[in-house]
Design a protein around this ligand. Structure first.
Ligand SMILES: [Zn+2]
Length: 345
């Protein structure tokens, strides 16, 4: 079995001086090529998502707003954070459709697992609102596609982007068929989007199916590793998903210009290996990593290279940037509280 690679860099979705631009992906393919992994991957072509596919998670008014904004020549949404160019509607459909194409490849048995390198990102997109550089929620669209098209019962979405995945959380907040876990930097009033507290755990039938890990600044390889092994793994094993989707943001690296978390490339590789091994234990290895944020070119290039090593089951690892210079914040107390809430046995 092989590993899928979807590549939809959205060159024409770029705004002057905005950190979420196509240059983010400039070093990815050359790096994969240089280290000899590109030829080991199965290329899966992105196909634009259809409006009915988007409608499973988004209001018609949002889809119409993005389409109309692009048609009128584009502009800024969300107080200037999120932009639309004339091509953005089509490219956002291609990003969401790229992720669903990877799901198709996996669930039809063509590949074992995969990586979707798509833009614009998706995890901040709400049912009826774009935001945080995101237009449509790529991962949420793909999760519903897997359920509706393949009869997949339970999907586990884990989001390690440094920003909380507010859009994904809200879309599945009352749903017991999707377990959502977010590990993020949490500083209300200072750091986007300002939600994702420990007490947000889902609602109604979804009560207990949202896990928020609100981290202080400078938590790094040790803290993230412990959260994955001691909380996320047992919670996911309990849930017994049929498919794992990862909102893979690389802005929790200590060199990212937009945030102040403390992961190294080695720490990121450790998380990727842990999640791939979890997928092998609970759902026959079906795991798809989907690019979200990450604003440092080398972090993205090497971070993604290391994820692909993990997906291919290879032990290689490259970390030319080294560990954070700041001492790491301890997460023992936070983990204790989280375990009491989410693992009551
Ligand atoms: Zn982010």
């Amino acid at each position: 079995m092989s590993t899928a690679l979807v590549y939809a860099p959205a060159h024409a979705h770029t705004w002057w001086n905005h950190p979420e631009n196509h240059d983010r992906l400039a070093k990815l393919l050359p790096t994969l090529e240089r280290f000899g992994v590109l030829s080991a991957l199965t290329a899966v072509s992105p196909i634009p998502a259809t409006v009915p596919q988007l409608r499973r998670v988004h209001a018609a008014s949002l889809i119409e707003r993005i389409r109309g904004e692009a048609q009128r020549g584009g502009g800024l949404l969300d107080h200037g954070d999120t932009y639309v160019t004339p091509e953005s509607y089509e490219l956002a459909l291609l990003a969401a459709g790229g992720v669903t194409a990877a799901v198709d490849a996996m669930l039809s048995g063509q590949v074992q697992n995969g990586m979707a390198l798509v833009r614009p990102p998706g995890h901040h997109a709400e049912v009826n609102r774009a935001g945080g550089f995101c237009l449509f929620n790529n991962v949420a669209v793909a999760a519903r596609h897997a359920q509706d098209t393949y009869g997949i019962q339970r999907v586990f979405i884990v989001d390690f982007d440094v920003h909380h995945g507010n859009g994904t959380q809200h879309i599945f907040y009352q749903d017991e068929s999707v377990l959502f876990a977010s590990l993020h930097l949490y500083m209300p009033n200072y750091f986007y989007p300002g939600i994702g507290s420990l007490g947000e755990i889902g609602q109604g039938k979804g009560n207990g199916y949202t896990v928020n890990v609100p981290l202080p600044p400078h938590v790094g390889d040790v803290g993230y590793g412990r959260v994955l092994r001691e909380l996320i793994r047992p919670k996911a094993v309990d849930f017994a998903p049929d498919l794992i989707l990862v909102s893979a943001g690389f802005d929790a690296h200590w060199q990212d210009p937009l945030a102040s978390a403390g992961l190294s490339l080695t720490g990121y590789a450790g998380m990727a290996r842990e999640l791939v091994s979890l997928a092998e234990d609970v759902c026959d290895g079906r795991i798809l990593f989907v690019l979200e944020g990450g604003y440092h070119q080398d972090v993205l290039a090497y971070g993604i290279l290391n994820v692909i090593y993990a997906l291919l089951g290879r032990d290689d690892l490259h970390d030319p940037l080294g560990p954070q210079p700041t001492p790491e914040q301890d997460v023992t107390d936070l983990l204790q509280k989280l375990k009491r809430r989410h693992l009551p046995y």
